[in-house]
Ligand binder design. Structure first.
Ligand SMILES: *[C@@H]1O[C@H](CO)[C@@H](O)[C@H](O)[C@H]1NC(C)=O
Ligand SMILES: *[C@@H]1O[C@H](CO)[C@@H](O)[C@H](O)[C@H]1NC(C)=O
Ligand SMILES: *[C@@H]1O[C@H](CO)[C@@H](O)[C@H](O)[C@H]1NC(C)=O
Ligand SMILES: *[C@@H]1O[C@H](CO)[C@@H](O)[C@H](O)[C@H]1NC(C)=O
Ligand SMILES: *[C@@H]1O[C@H](CO)[C@@H](O)[C@H](O)[C@H]1NC(C)=O
Ligand SMILES: *[C@@H]1O[C@H](CO)[C@@H](O)[C@H](O)[C@H]1NC(C)=O
Ligand SMILES: *[C@@H]1O[C@H](CO)[C@@H](O)[C@H](O)[C@H]1NC(C)=O
Ligand SMILES: *[C@@H]1O[C@H](CO)[C@@H](O)[C@H](O)[C@H]1NC(C)=O
Ligand SMILES: *[C@@H]1O[C@H](CO)[C@@H](O)[C@H](O)[C@H]1NC(C)=O
Ligand SMILES: *[C@@H]1O[C@H](CO)[C@@H](O)[C@H](O)[C@H]1NC(C)=O
Ligand SMILES: *[C@@H]1O[C@H](CO)[C@@H](O)[C@H](O)[C@H]1NC(C)=O
Ligand SMILES: *[C@@H]1O[C@H](CO)[C@@H](O)[C@H](O)[C@H]1NC(C)=O
Length: 679
């Protein structure tokens, strides 16, 4: 009967290994266990309150995450891949050698824990997923890598952040708000990080602190790490007995940090807010996006409206912001007071965005403020304070628009509203660009143009001969996250040591190196001084500040600030490490035969444009026979690039058209060179 015994043993073994994948009560997960997306299996905590596994999204994809499993909402509290959801057929595996990894359906592996001393894993009843070694010591835990939520017993330490979801109902990727304990001073902050404005809420704490969600009391406190003393209380009251409720604290998609409770008893249908940092939702920065403003009838619902002259980017999601109905350059030579009207909005202000502050005019009146807005081409709005008789002039982009308490009636905002121009209208209708696509393609094209310049020209082997990179010594100072800041001319003069160290010279200005102190740290910067402040220079300035200020992309040189004082126009850029994009663009030198004659063409895009203008595009590739053999394709790419950098955004092609032009399915027309812009 040995065979029967062996069969029985094999059978038992198979059964038990199957069980280890879908066990309900025993929370120990053994090495070699795995879950696949779409299988409905998960690793549950002993009582079943929490589950770890693939969390289905409305998009049909999955997040590797932890969620409250016994309530109908299945609220997600942690995720390993919020910005890169996995497809059906992906799997998460605790390998026999101890690594925890997500394998996408295309085979790409994303390692969550890469050590080797793992003995087992378990989904704990407090919502913490832990990896343990042979002596049950915790060697990795999800509590140390929070996403947007903390749970009872969990703490947030200095430097850690909670990032909101982009949208709590449909999009769990990293959103626009963060709760952090600032490493600098220990202050607990809420801030919007797209427009680098200061915090819109803080707990006024300092020292070496952490934020604890006390397991026994369900109260949140900020405590001193030195002696565990309470520095600040957050929660004021919780429903009791606390064991009858689930608890969580989450930064939501509207930038509020809330503590919530959910009755464990059957029948409950939603989370109850127990405590919240923000009680007036309109004070959250960027809550209605660019060119929008916030009103709230009951201090609960946020109502986002576009400023007069602007339309919603996405009518279904007004919080995404707005774009100009008519794109107009108020500083163009053919622009006059007849091209716009001045609209007014009672009690609207645009606070907390220093980069948009142009000037403060004291001792004036409403009419004076209106005139200030009208007569300054850089100004798009002015807020007049009736009590202090001061007028605050604002530039693009307008953010943080909100209605203050309407009963006080102590301010009024004046706005430039473009008057639709017949020519422009005609063109718009002919090309019929979908309005929402306009701004998006404007931004996307800007990014593309810079990428083309960098990839298409700098990385192509033929380019190596014409571009000599001036290697910078590796920066010793670490780059910091800072705000788009307005500097005085004096500040920048000092920072650049009197504009001594020139990095390069372009058609529109000269670039100098400098050092600025930002948030107590010295940062190396490139200061671009626009010298010919003629129409084009001003136009460039506007475009640069507007576009780059609005754009935040890892492949773009970051604009840190600017100076716009009297006739001085300067831009402050981050100085790139290892001589990347900015070096390629700013320090290119030509050997191109005649060295002395053409050295002034130090900015790549300027130079390419001048070649196009002179009908001499071949010059950019010199004698490269290989490239010239595919000249048509090269010319097409270059022309598409020029289209994308038109100063008039309405002339820029949509992304769809860009793709068609690159594919060759659509003819590339000769771009309007007079309109091409460099930024
Ligand atoms: C396992 O858990 C389920 C659900 O929580 C429960 O109904 C069942 O009785 C448990 N089984 C054992 C053996 O504890
Ligand atoms: C859970 O199961 C593992 C093996 O699958 C076993 O080693 C462990 O003792 C079990 N724990 C409990 C509490 O039953
Ligand atoms: C998973 O559960 C859903 C809903 O309960 C069901 O429609 C689906 O068929 C299940 N999938 C598998 C593989 O069991
Ligand atoms: C596989 O899919 C993942 C998830 O979408 C993606 O991040 C990754 O880049 C893909 N890998 C390859 C080689 O395409
Ligand atoms: C994991 O660790 C091994 C050995 O230390 C290393 O070779 C491998 O590159 C690591 N994998 C990742 C994704 O970090
Ligand atoms: C297990 O981990 C704990 C805590 O990290 C550590 O103190 C202990 O030495 C580890 N034990 C083994 C056998 O590695
Ligand atoms: C989330 O998406 C829904 C549906 O698209 C939308 O109604 C809601 O306004 C969005 N919420 C936020 C904060 O953007
Ligand atoms: C939680 O509160 C209890 C009772 O007030 C206290 O004894 C304990 O030290 C607190 N725990 C933490 C981590 O602050
Ligand atoms: C503070 O509390 C933690 C956890 O509750 C404890 O491990 C630590 O020893 C305490 N520190 C002091 C200084 O009391
Ligand atoms: C926090 O609350 C406790 C109990 O309500 C109180 O004794 C303590 O003084 C408070 N601490 C601070 C810093 O407000
Ligand atoms: C939203 O605010 C705008 C501007 O104040 C107002 O006209 C509109 O009626 C409001 N909508 C709702 C639903 O409150
Ligand atoms: C301003 O209006 C005039 C007359 O309608 C028009 O010719 C001109 O192009 C407009 N300027 C701008 C910048 O749109």
């Amino acid at each position: 009967m040995a065979v029967t015994r062996i069969l029985l043993w094999v059978f038992t073994f198979i059964l038990s290994s199957l069980c280890s994948c879908t066990q309900m009560n025993n929370s120990t997960i053994n090495l070699g266990s795995s879950i696949s997306a779409g299988s409905n299996s998960s690793w549950k905590s002993p009582s079943g309150h929490f589950a770890f596994g693939f969390y289905p999204l409305v998009t049909g994809k999955y997040l590797v995450g932890i969620w409250f499993d016994k309530i109908s909402e299945k609220t997600l509290v942690w995720s390993a891949n919020r910005d890169d959801p996995a497809g059906k057929g992906s799997s998460i595996k605790l390998s026999r050698t101890g690594q925890l990894a997500l394998t996408h359906s295309n085979g790409t592996e994303v390692v969550i824990y890469n050590g080797t001393s793992t003995d087992s894993a378990s989904m704990q009843d407090d919502g913490n997923f832990v990896l343990q070694n042979s002596s049950s010591g915790i060697i990795w835990q999800s509590f140390n890598f929070p996403t947007n939520t903390i749970l009872l017993g969990q703490a947030l330490v200095m430097g850690q952040k909670l990032y909101s979801n982009a949208n709590d109902t449909v999009d769990y990727s990293t959103g626009r708000y963060a709760l952090e304990i600032q490493e600098l001073d220990g202050n607990v902050l809420l801030k919007a990080f797209h427009f680098s404005t200061p915090a819109y809420w803080n707990a006024i704490t300092k020292g070496n602190v952490s934020l604890v969600f006390n397991r026994t009391t369900a109260f949140m406190h900020v405590i001193s790490v030195e002696d565990n003393s309470t520095v600040s209380n957050m929660t004021t009251t919780v429903p009791t007995p606390i064991n009858d409720y689930y608890h969580r604290a989450t930064i939501n998609d509207k930038g509020n940090f809330q503590q919530l409770a959910f009755p464990k008893a059957n029948g409950a249908s939603q989370w109850i807010v127990v405590w919240e940092a923000i009680t007036k939702p309109c004070i959250v920065d960027n809550i209605c996006g660019v060119f929008g403003y916030c009103t709230t009838p009951d201090d609960k619902i946020v109502n986002c409206t576009c400023l007069p002259g602007y339309l919603p980017l996405d009518p279904n999601t007004p919080s995404k912001g707005c774009y100009p109905n008519v794109v107009m350059d108020f500083c163009a030579s053919n622009s006059s007071a007849s091209n716009f009207t001045i609209g007014s909005l009672d009690n609207v202000d645009f606070p907390n965005a220093d980069f948009a502050n142009l000037a403060k005019i004291e001792q004036t009146d409403e009419d004076g403020c209106r005139k200030e807005v009208m007569n300054d081409c850089f100004c798009v709005a002015g807020v007049f304070y009736r009590d202090t008789q001061a007028c605050y002039k604002k530039r693009m982009p307008l953010v943080n628009g909100r209605i203050s308490n309407p009963t006080t009636n102590n301010m009024v905002a004046f706005l430039k509203v473009p008057v639709e121009n017949n020519n422009l209208n005609h063109k718009d209708k002919k090309e019929s660009p979908s309005s929402a696509v306009l701004l998006a393609s404007f931004l996307a094209c800007s990014i593309l143009a810079v990428l083309f310049a960098a990839i298409g020209i700098c990385q192509h082997p033929w380019a190596q001969r014409y571009i000599r990179v001036q290697l910078q010594p590796p920066p010793k100072r670490k780059p910091v996250e800072i705000n788009l800041k307005a500097y005085s001319f004096h500040d920048l003069q000092e920072a650049s040591n009197g504009f001594k160290n020139m990095l390069g010279q372009g058609a529109f200005g000269t670039v100098y190196s400098g050092v600025l102190t930002l948030e107590d740290e010295e940062v190396e910067v490139a200061v671009k001084k626009l010298e010919k402040v003629i129409e084009r220079g001003e136009k460039e300035f506007l475009t640069e500040v507007q576009v780059i200020g609005l754009t935040h992309h890892k492949n773009l040189v970051r604009l840190l600030g600017y100076c716009n004082e009297h006739n001085h126009r300067l831009l402050v850029y981050e100085l790139m490490q290892n001589g990347t994009l900015s070096n390629f663009l700013k320090h290119m030198e030509l050997h191109p035969a005649d060295e002395s004659a053409e050295v002034e063409y130090t900015i790549l895009t300027d130079w390419v444009l001048s070649c196009v203008r002179d009908g001499n595009l071949e010059a950019t590739v010199s004698n490269d026979t290989e490239l010239l053999s595919d000249y048509k394709r090269f010319e097409r790419m270059a022309m598409v690039g020029v289209w994308c950098i038109c100063s008039n955004p309405t002339l820029r092609p949509s992304m769809k058209k860009v793709v068609q032009m690159l594919e060759g399915t659509v003819e590339v027309e000769v771009p309007p060179l007079a309109d091409a812009q460099i930024f």
